[in-house]
Design a protein around this ligand. Structure first.
Ligand code: NAD
Ligand code: KPL
Length: 294
């Protein structure tokens, strides 16, 4: 049985694509709800009707997928883990960085893995989950206890039909995504613009170079491969152009009045600056401004 903690867009994507009958959502404490019914719109073909039960007391999952937002993850796992066998691998799907390390440090003896995914899923109306973009999910261990689980978990997740790849350097891959999210997401939320439209706006043009300077220094301090600020800017802008019409996850959260993941993107970089004594005022400013939007 695969348990999924977080019955939102990403959780429902996996629940709809993994073989039926093998998946259950993990309830919040005290919740005794009915099974979750929804329509699932795959990338191609007709919508499917999906029903997912909740994990019952006494059921022991052999895999736990965590698809909560970064800011909810520690609390959600604190409730869920007492009834999860200690040997069950935990796969973290959160964007950004910081929440993954919190989990690995809080439960060092449990097998903790992280996923970085370019799959896209959303819920444009109640009861409907849309697989909005096909991508790849990279999977790697965050601690020694997780190492032996990478290959078998990748094979188990690949039964969904989604592309899943083992990744020996999952932290590096999470950093690559963090850089892109740090250079696109806060601007899309603050300017209330699709990804491609930020590129010509004065606020973006004023801050992108000093932001890339900070990120370049932070990459070095964190032991990640060096990248010059100009290269970082090119990488960020290539993704913004490729996804020009997209509403970023941060802008979508802002428009829906949900808490954003800024604390785990530019906020993470600002905290890292503090730790390594590297000035990161642009990351700090973007974090504070996005938090003021809520
Ligand atoms: P979402 O808000 O749709 O889903 C999160 C779910 O977690 C919600 O249903 C919420 O009720 C549930 N939750 C919160 N606290 C809980 C708790 N204590 N116990 C049980 N459930 C709890 O978010 P999402 O879009 O599915 O994103 C989840 C994570 O995946 C985020 O970190 C996001 O950045 C990342 N991600 C999402 C996508 C995507 O396309 N949706 C793509 C890549 C990465
Ligand atoms: O990952 C993204 C997000 O919206 O969080 C990008 C790459 C910016 C695409 O929208």
């Amino acid at each position: 049985m695969i348990a999924i903690l977080g019955a939102g867009s990403m959780g429902r994507l996996w629940a709809a694509t993994l073989p039926a009958g093998q998946v259950a959502f993990v309830p919040r404490p005290g919740q005794h709800p009915e099974p979750v019914h929804y329509r699932f719109q795959p990338i191609e073909g007709e919508p499917l009707s999906v029903t997912v039960p909740w994990l019952q007391p006494g059921q022991s999952p052999d895999l736990l997928l965590v698809t909560t937002k970064a800011g909810d993850t520690l609390e959600a796992l604190t409730s869920a883990l007492p009834s999860t066998p200690p040997s069950t691998p935990i796969v973290l799907f959160q964007n950004g960085l910081g929440s993954q390390q919190q989990v690995a440090e809080t439960w060092p003896e449990r097998p903790v893995l992280a996923a970085s995914t370019t799959e896209g899923a959303n819920r444009p109306q109640p009861g409907l989950t849309v697989h909005a973009g096909r991508g790849t999910t990279w999977l790697g261990a965050l601690n020694p206890a997780g190492q032996a689980h990478v290959e078998p978990v990748a094979q188990q997740l690949a039964t969904s039909g989604l592309a899943v790849q083992p990744e020996p350097d999952i932290l590096g891959r999470l950093w690559q995504k963090l850089v892109i999210n740090a250079g696109i997401n806060p601007f899309t939320a603050l300017l209330d613009s699709p990804n491609g439209e930020i590129l010509g706006q004065p606020f973006y043009l004023k801050w992108i170079d000093p932001l890339c300077q900070e990120i370049s220094q932070l990459l070095d301090a964190a032991g990640q491969p060096s990248a010059a600020p100009e290269i970082l800017r090119e990488t960020i802008e290539a993704v913004a152009r490729k996804t020009a019409a997209n509403t970023s996850s941060m802008r979508a959260d802002m428009l829906a009045g949900r808490e954003t993941e800024i604390d785990f993107i530019n906020g993470y970089l600002a905290r890292l600056g503090h730790r390594y004594n590297i000035a990161a005022p642009v990351n700090q400013m973007l974090t504070e401004r996005v938090k003021q939007l809520n």
